[in-house]
Design a protein around this ligand. Structure first.
Ligand code: SF4
Length: 341
């Protein structure tokens, strides 16, 4: 019989397990404290639970955390962790230390079925949803866990395509029984799957980022097949029904592709599309991936693009390229592991 994995379980789920095993319901809170606050890796140290119940817990369940199988460190301190989340399922998390913050980029799926053309994970195809155990474990198991100030769900996979496990993970991360993080420290990035995006906005307080990459339907469609089912115009129309501010930020991710989406025409398109939305645009340099000819826009084109947006009142940030020397593009390490497995 497969043991229940406790890491990644909500308090309600833990309550259901322990009462089903004949233990008092408060044992659930004790377990949550041990696994989410004290990061226990052994039932024996849970000394506020009776020895008999600890033995029973160990028979029925496991904590469920596991180590990364590989770590690659960049000269700039960025670290890419590789995890094996099941047979032939490799996922990546990227730790990005900066002067005033330390961010972990978390994966939500093994591979991805969104098929964005500029993304190596998209080319890998879909290898399954991650469970909340696999998602929480990425944070739980890295040595920098206690230094983390921010989490971004921008690793492998489309988080809103795995909504239930994402939601459980966000509950565990932000609840007082769990990690106790402020939702303002967490950003979820999506290509814009409208039904689950609306659920996310209604059911969570975390920040939202939308992968945009072109304001024009036909051009975005060439980059992102999801544009067919959920056109960006519709996505933005839905977003305009919600309030965004410092408490809950809305940002748009925009990969700068030379000669593809970096012209004044695109600036005008963005200004028109985002008119009336309180948001910012994050400009991102493109990391080349095998089999695609695209190049990142020149620095001068990026700065000019940024200035034109700023002149129109749109706040932009230009993300520094990090970890270029360690295959920084999402999906590279796991693709390599998959090919070798
Ligand atoms: S960019 Fe994100 S949503 Fe698109 S294929 Fe890659 S992982 Fe999936």
């Amino acid at each position: 019989m497969e043991k229940v994995k406790l890491l990644g379980s909500t308090l309600d789920e833990l309550s259901g397990y322990v009462t089903g095993w004949g233990m008092p319901s408060y044992t659930a809170k004790q377990i949550a404290q041990w696994i989410y606050k004290r990061h226990a890796n052994d039932f024996n140290i849970m000394t506020d639970i009776s020895e008999k119940n600890r033995r029973f817990l160990a028979q029925q369940s496991e904590i469920g955390w596991y180590h990364p199988i590989e770590v690659v460190e960049s000269i700039d301190g960025t670290k890419k962790y590789l995890f094996k989340a099941g047979a032939n399922r490799f996922i990546e998390s990227v730790y990005i230390p900066e002067e005033d913050r330390s961010t972990l980029c978390v994966s939500s799926q093994a591979g991805c079925r969104m098929g964005c053309k500029f993304c190596l994970t998209g080319k890998q195809g879909f290898n399954g949803h991650l469970t909340a155990t696999d998602i929480i474990n990425q944070i739980r198991s890295i040595p920098e866990r206690d230094k983390l100030t921010n989490l971004v769900f921008m690793g492998m996979g489309e988080p809103l395509d795995n909504f239930e496990e994402l939601k459980k993970s966000l509950e565990i991360l932000t609840s007082s029984y769990g990690f106790g993080w402020s939702p303002k420290r967490i950003t979820v990035s999506t290509v814009g799957i409208i039904p689950t995006m609306i659920r996310f906005l209604n059911e969570s307080k975390c920040h939202l980022a939308i992968s945009l990459h072109s304001p024009f339907h036909e051009e975005r469609l060439k980059l992102m097949p999801v544009e067919k089912a959920y056109p960006i115009e519709q996505v933005v129309k839905e977003l305009k029904k919600f309030d965004f501010n410092q408490q809950r930020r809305l940002s748009f991710e925009y990969i700068m592709l030379k000669g593809i989406n970096d012209t004044s025409r695109h600036v005008k398109g963005l200004v028109r599309l985002l008119n009336g939305l309180n948001c910012r645009i994050n400009l991102i340099r493109y990391h080349a991936i095998p089999g695609e000819e695209w190049q990142t826009s020149d620095d001068s084109a990026i700065l000019s693009f940024q200035k034109q947006l700023k002149d129109k009142g749109i706040i932009t940030t230009l993300r520094a390229s990090r970890g270029q020397d360690i295959w920084a593009a999402c999906g590279m390490l796991s693709t390599d592991a998959l090919l070798k497995s």
